[in-house]
Design a protein around this ligand. Structure first.
Ligand code: GLN
Length: 452
């Protein structure tokens, strides 16, 4: 069923970059049948999922939606996808994304933009963005081209597309899922997570994806809780913080309204609602857009035409580097490398990069202090519903503003879940975000299951 949905809808949505050949998918499904028959079914046995094309998959093309890796076939499997396979899941293909996960609309892809399966009521012609960077995963799950999908979130790339496409997206605590074999964007922020139709599915999938990995030095050596047990658990007495700073001036009235609705649902479920302050929130975006490009400029230095991926014809070594990188990277990636190199260069390092690291610490401390008073925070996932293809795209700063509510949790490394909370007046989905303490995905999932 999922393969035929891909056949009929992918030409329009462009959610997959690579679809696994039907005979291989069916062989994997047969092997799952055998596990069920033998009574050895594993937790994700036979579940058909999409994999963001940022996770290296052995023998399956992995492009990061970049011309640079157009023909890259990894000889190894990322830890997260290896664990998903070991848990019985069946891979359907590799989903589209913004090039190297840089973007908020999935319009920066060498494989072309992803189109959201949603439409505005009364304006069905306007193609909408699915959000980004995990836009292919979000569109695939929303439209039934996969039961679930992996995403990665550096500053919102799981949560914002989940909100735009009306699905559930969980960014776990930094260190919860191994980064090994996932193509790096900003290593101190990158975190893999599930994108699913329900909170229960997200919990189940996280159980399969999470866990200590000695191949990733930032992987947390902590046991993986039975996340599924947290879903539907009573939240009576839970203290829910409402961060004052997220009531940004100009917040769309429909976003405020859905936020109030979420507060009411949690209150009815027995939660105590508490006003809290995260005073450094206003510096979140500026800090993120220094740190993420800085790390990206360093991580992407490896694409030099020698070791990985595409290689331009050139008469000298310097020209080989220049041409390979000029031809291989798209505009947004080149912008970020230039920004990152600038803020790391002698003379600017202290003024920008070091300063941003200090502010990042203050942002992180805001969360620690808030979590002395409350157990979770509730906020909108994004400042608006999905916008149309072409909107916001000429001005990068306008595009970056989309990440205003998602980057702070990324900077602090805390887990955050986006759950669909309702539709706006044009019939588009809106998401609410539940943010929790480090390694307390369980409470986040419990609160999320009240809202969905
Ligand atoms: N939209 C943000 C960016 O462009 C976040 C991307 C992400 O989380 N990978 O950097």
């Amino acid at each position: 069923a999922h393969l035929s949905a891909i056949n009929s809808l992918n030409p329009k949505l462009n959610a997959y970059i690579t679809v696994i050949p039907e005979k291989d998918v069916l062989a994997a499904a047969d092997s799952s049948d055998a596990h069920y028959a033998a009574g050895t079914a594993r937790p994700m046995e036979g579940l058909p999922i999409g994999i963001k094309d940022l996770f290296c998959t052995r023998g399956v093309k992995t492009t990061a939606a970049s011309k640079m890796l157009a023909d890259f076939i990894p000889p190894y499997e990322s830890t997260v996808t290896a664990q998903l396979l070991a848990s019985g899941s069946v891979f359907l293909g590799k989903t589209n994304l913004d090039e190297f996960a840089m973007g908020s609309a999935n319009i920066n892809s060498a494989a072309g933009p992803v189109v959201s399966p949603w439409q505005r009521k009364g304006d069905e012609k306007a193609a909408l963005v699915p959000g980004g960077s995990s836009g292919g995963s979000a569109a695939a799950v929303a439209a039934g081209l996969a039961l679930a999908a992996t995403g990665t979130d550096t500053g919102g790339s799981i949560r914002q597309p989940a909100a735009y496409c009306g699905i559930v997206g969980l960014k776990p605590t930094y260190g919860r899922c191994s980064r090994w074999g996932t193509i790096a964007f900003a290593s101190s922020l990158d975190q893999a997570g599930p994108m699913t139709r329900t909170v229960a599915d997200a919990a189940l999938m996280l159980e399969a994806m999470a866990g200590f990995d000695e191949k990733d030095s930032t992987s947390a050596n902590k046991p993986v809780p039975a996340f599924s047990k947290a879903v539907g658990k009573s939240v009576k007495g839970l203290r829910v913080g409402i961060p004052a700073e997220y009531r940004a001036p100009g917040l769309a009235p429909e976003i405020s309204a859905i936020w109030e609705q979420g507060i009411a649902w949690l209150r009815e479920a027995g939660c105590e609602i508490v006003d809290v302050s995260l005073p450094h929130t206003r510096y979140g975006l500026a800090t993120y857009y220094i740190i993420a490009p800085a790390e990206c400029s360093s991580n992407l230095a490896r694409y030099d035409g020698v070791r990985f991926g595409s290689r331009a014809e050139a008469p000298s070594l310097d020209e080989l580097y220049e041409r390979t990188r000029a031809e291989g990277f798209g505009e947004e990636v080149r912008n970020r490398i230039l920004m990152g190199t600038y803020v790391l260069s002698a003379g600017y390092y202290d003024a920008y990069y070091l300063k941003a690291q200090k502010v990042r610490n203050l942002i992180r401390r805001d969360f620690t202090e808030a979590f002395e008073k409350v157990d979770v925070l509730l906020a909108p996932t994004a400042p608006s519903a999905a916008f149309a293809q072409g909107e916001n795209s000429s001005d990068p700063v306008q595009m970056y503003l989309n990440d205003i509510f998602t980057v702070p949790a990324s900077m602090a490394g805390v887990p955050a879940l986006s759950v669909p909370a309702g539709l706006d007046s044009q019939g588009l989905p809106l998401g609410l975000q539940i943010i929790g303490r480090h390694f307390d995905e369980e409470t986040v999932l419990s609160a999320g299951s009240v809202i969905e």
